[in-house]
Design a protein around this ligand. Structure first.
Ligand code: RIB
Length: 288
């Protein structure tokens, strides 16, 4: 079976990460253990996860003209993602200020920077969407761009997977084009049952408890992840979404199991770009 062609329309950020004994309360100052920087952004993380899972991936997004831009571009290229259409705009690249506590839990503040410049896909970017088997997107880009991308995908027979994170109300024009929605429990509650009912497939991640899928014709699936020692949950949802997209052509049950395993394995490593390879997921599922 040939590798699926996935176009990711999404964000790319430099992650500025502090590790702390616990997450600070509002107004509180605490001492941390460490600090690191690394490429992130839900779009970039998911693109890298999909490439590691075996897909042929093209990335549509934007960096600034600052010191972070080259490292962000390189992270995509090193993972085998086609970054030739990555825009470079004047000003700052997106950044995410992240705290990770000793239990692996995190809190994240994203400042969009160059991501906010991608308001409307160009004709070349739209062609990359039409040319793909699958469009994967999130909500760290302007909603207008995500909606335009999804509409173009729908018009050209490209399957649309949307991870609506960070959660926001979804315009009717967007939700009408989504084939698969990937949400966590908080996002599911924020979107509401009426909105979720409009999408053929809804995948809900449940953290360490795995994930469920509600599909067409009343189909209900559930998958539990392998037991792991959690180091850092940052990017686990992105590893899940990217692997799900890369595995979708294998059927819902296999895709859900592979995504659950990928999400769990990602929590065993520090940093957002921690998605496992296809072989690592095979090993975790006992398929080798
Ligand atoms: O999902 C994790 C990601 O959220 C981080 O890499 C950060 O950049 C934010 O986009």
């Amino acid at each position: 079976m040939s590798a699926p062609r996935i176009t990711v329309l999404g964000s790319i950020n430099m992650d500025l990460v502090t590790t702390t004994p616990r997450l600070p309360a509002p107004g509180e100052t605490i001492l941390g253990h460490g600090f690191s920087t690394g490429p992130g952004g839900k779009g970039s993380n998911q693109a890298i996860a999909a490439a590691r899972a075996g897909a042929q991936v093209r990335f549509l997004g934007a960096v600034g003209d600052d010191a972070f831009a080259q490292e962000l571009r390189s992270a995509l290229v090193v993972a085998g993602v086609d970054a030739t259409l990555l825009r470079e705009t004047m000003g700052l690249s997106g950044v995410a200020v992240i705290s990770v506590d000793d239990s692996g839990e995190n809190s994240i503040v994203v400042v969009s920077g160059a991501n906010a410049a991608l308001c409307e896909p160009t004709d070349t970017e739209l062609a990359a969407i039409a040319d793909a088997d699958l469009l994967l997107s999130q909500l760290e880009l302007p909603l207008a761009a995500v909606t335009a991308g999804a509409r173009h995908a729908r018009a050209n027979g490209t399957t649309v997977i949307l991870n609506p994170s960070p959660a926001a109300p979804l315009p009717d024009q967007l939700i009408a084009c989504v084939d698969v929605l990937v949400v966590n429990e908080t996002e599911a509650a924020q979107l509401g049952a009426a909105t979720l009912a409009l999408v053929p497939d809804v995948v809900t991640t449940l953290g360490a408890r795995g994930a469920t899928l509600r599909g067409p014709g009343g189909l209900q699936l559930r998958s539990e992840p392998p037991a792991v020692e959690v180091v850092d949950t940052t990017g686990a949802g992105d590893a899940f979404a990217g692997t799900l997209a890369a595995s979708w052509h294998l059927g819902r049950e296999v895709a859900l199991a592979r995504a659950c395993a990928a999400g769990a394995l990602a929590t065993t490593r520090a940093g957002a770009g921690s998605a496992p390879t296809h072989a690592e997921v095979d090993a975790a599922l006992g398929r080798q």
